[in-house]
Ligand binder design. Structure first.
Ligand SMILES: [Zn+2]
Length: 408
């Protein structure tokens, strides 16, 4: 029968054969059996040995055929491996104890990198939970084939979920530009869980860690990874500066508005954007305002001066410049800028470390946009673990399971 050959072809089996194919209700029931007098491979070492008994029947959901659900039925054999004793055979279409066939794992995990999971489920006529299980299996498969042996620089960042109500801690490989770990929350325990998983040996290989000036992260890095150099991410530093600038604008705009002056109305982005990104009309507004003696103008000039810090090649000169900027900021009579300057002072070592290692979380910014896309597709990411799983699957650059036949 033709269906038999098709199923045999998609499973790529040699030691097994298809006993029967029956259409029961709207499901194709495929019964499989092991060929007689054939030695079967040990599930641990792959060495072949004679089967000794049968276990009870297991079933696997397989790739649907013309929209008809396909399920495989088979009683796994136990063999006597000379090395490992009595073991279950290695079943070619199976992955561990998963109730879905390896080809189905391949197909579902491939498409769920590109499409929302509920659509993948609909497309292949399986449940959302089956798609999740396939992704989990694929990540497991990829992780087993990935040693992460060459990771020297990691970036740590947080990502918000549910509109900022919950956070996830993400750890990136800065050189190969991929996500290596994701876990719920952004407290000390979140990062501890990463280091526990990462292990002593790989932690010892880490030379630099890039992160925000965030006490929780800093403490845990010292705890686990004391040898590595901590570099505070320049994008985070600039973000803190922008917050300070905006605080100055808000306070002043409010005061002016009370006095009936609307000059700062609608100027928020003029002060925050890079000058070369301003529109023509914004440029005109800015050059007019720069002639005033508003506080925001002083803040703006300090912001523009701060940018030059990153141009320094040598740490020594950068340190000198930072000292000068600190003096300007602390004498600016602008509290938000003074607070920012003092924050830099408290974290000076990690800021200047940038000039030794030159690492930053730029790739993290780009990947966070992808992560947001993943979380927007996220209809159905009901739990934290599923969200982490989706992120690793989408951004981890892990090897996907592959089988001979491509179904779609
Ligand atoms: Zn064995």
């Amino acid at each position: 029968m033709l269906v038999k050959s098709i199923v045999r072809f998609t499973l790529g089996i040699k030691d097994h054969y298809i006993v029967s194919v029956k259409l029961i209700g709207n499901e194709l029931k495929i019964d499989l059996d092991a060929k007689r007098r054939r030695k079967l491979p040990c599930s641990i070492c792959g060495k072949r040995a004679r089967p000794r008994d049968k276990l009870k029947e297991r079933t696997w959901r397989h790739v649907s055929l013309w929209g008809i659900a396909v399920r495989l039925y088979y009683r796994p054999r136990r063999i006597e491996c000379p090395e490992h004793g009595v073991r279950v055979e290695s079943i070619p279409w199976s992955m561990g104890k998963k109730p879905i066939s390896f080809p189905l794992i391949t197909v579902l995990s491939f498409w769920s990198r590109m499409l929302p999971w509920d659509q993948v489920a609909k497309l292949f006529g399986v449940s959302w939970n089956t798609v999740r299980a396939a992704v989990e299996a694929a990540v497991e498969y990829g992780r087993e084939r990935e040693s992460y042996g060459d990771v020297r620089f990691i970036g740590i960042d947080e990502i918000s979920r549910k509109r900022g109500h919950t956070y996830h801690t993400n750890v990136y490989d800065l050189e190969r530009k991929r996500l290596i770990w994701s876990g719920a929350h952004r407290d000390k325990d979140s990062l501890r869980r990463f280091f526990e998983w990462w292990g002593k040996e790989r932690t010892a290989a880490i030379e630099g860690v890039c992160c925000d000036m965030w006490r929780n992260y800093i403490d845990v890095i010292h705890e686990y990874c004391g040898e590595a150099v901590i570099v505070f991410d320049k994008f985070h530093i600039v973000r803190h500066l922008m917050e300070a600038i905006d605080k100055v604008r808000r306070m002043e705009a409010r005061m002016l508005a009370e006095a009936g002056c609307e000059d700062l109305k609608g100027t928020k982005y003029i002060w925050l954007k890079n000058p070369w990104n301003l529109t023509e009309s914004q440029k005109i507004t800015l050059s007019g305002l720069l002639k005033s003696n508003f506080k925001i103008v002083r803040a703006y000039l300090l912001k523009e001066m701060f940018r030059r810090l990153w141009d320094y090649r040598s740490r020594t000169w950068a340190a000198k410049y930072l000292k000068r900027w600190f003096w300007w900021a602390t004498h600016s009579r602008l509290k938000p800028l003074r607070d920012f300057a003092w924050m830099l002072r408290r974290h000076e070592e990690g800021i200047l470390a940038y000039f030794d290692l030159r690492i930053d979380n730029a790739i993290v910014e780009a990947m966070n946009n992808n992560a947001k896309a993943i979380s927007h597709r996220a209809r159905g990411y009901r739990t934290e673990n599923t969200f982490s799983l989706a992120l690793i699957h989408g951004l981890g650059d892990l090897q996907l399971p592959q089988c001979q036949h491509r179904f779609l």
